[in-house]
Design a protein around this ligand. Structure first.
Ligand SMILES: [Fe+2]
Ligand SMILES: [Fe+2]
Length: 243
């Protein structure tokens, strides 16, 4: 992974916000693709560096950040999904925390981008299976939060923030999530944030067996049929990102 190419794009003054967002998105996709293919400790650490540069960009350049949000694309691969969730969740964290020093948005950014890293330990036939999984397959799939947590720990890339994100991004406020069926406040705010971004991307992504929903329809569905899954306040703030 060439972090240099990414930073060069970020620092290139001649690019318009749209062009810059496009370049950063392409580099991020390449980075996640390589990471998913070779999830070595070294690649995990390099990705963390790259995400740090992307986080800086999102924090400092509103226009490019908005463009980035608009181009998150809608085909489904773990790496596309990771970049989409990474960008969207950092945007939400920025909206919530930019006035406070209590949150390290770079660590958060790494956690968001790497939230599904553990999927590389799950059989690809299960990951890519169109439609419903059997109970056994579902059980395997549901190990990915812990697998990811373990990989980050082994890479020495694990901050507390990342740990909450990777372990809790499938927990839901009403206790219907996994792996621990945590409820409400038992779920860390970072886990809540990633969970919202994760569902949103799953709905707006195109899969072999379903069409992509528009952001508007996805937000409406989350509001009307899934609101018990999310923290009310965080979800309201999330909706505002798209206005
Ligand atoms: Fe996940
Ligand atoms: Fe995910």
């Amino acid at each position: 992974m060439k972090v240099e190419a990414l930073t060069a794009a970020i620092e290139d003054q001649s690019l318009t916000p749209q062009e810059k967002a496009q370049a950063v998105y392409q580099h991020s996709m390449g980075m996640m693709e390589r990471l998913v293919e070779h999830p070595t400790s070294e690649n995990i650490l390099t990705s963390k560096q790259a995400v740090s540069a992307i986080t800086d960009l999102i924090l400092s350049d509103d226009q490019t950040a908005k463009s980035l949000l608009r181009i998150t694309s809608h085909d489904f691969y773990t790496y596309t999904h990771s970049v989409n969730v990474g960008v969207t969740a950092i945007m939400l964290a920025k909206a919530l925390f930019s006035k406070s020093d209590a949150h390290d948005l770079h660590e958060l950014g790494a956690g968001f981008f790497l939230h599904d890293l553990g999927k590389v330990k799950v059989d690809t036939a299960i990951i890519n299976k169109p439609g419903r999984l059997t109970d056994r397959e579902m059980q395997r799939m549901r190990t990915h939060p812990y697998q990811g947590y373990k990989m980050l720990a082994e890479a020495g890339a694990l901050s507390e923030e990342c740990r909450y994100i990777v372990m809790q991004h499938h927990e839901f406020t009403d206790g219907s999530g996994y792996p621990k069926r945590l409820k409400g406040d038992e779920i860390h705010i970072y886990g809540h944030i990633c969970g919202i971004a994760d569902v949103f991307d799953a709905l707006t992504a195109e899969r072999s067996y379903k069409k992509a929903m528009t952001p508007f329809d996805a937000l409406k569905l989350m509001q009307q049929q899934m609101s018990h899954h999310f923290d009310r306040e965080l979800f309201s703030r999330f909706v505002l990102l798209f206005q």
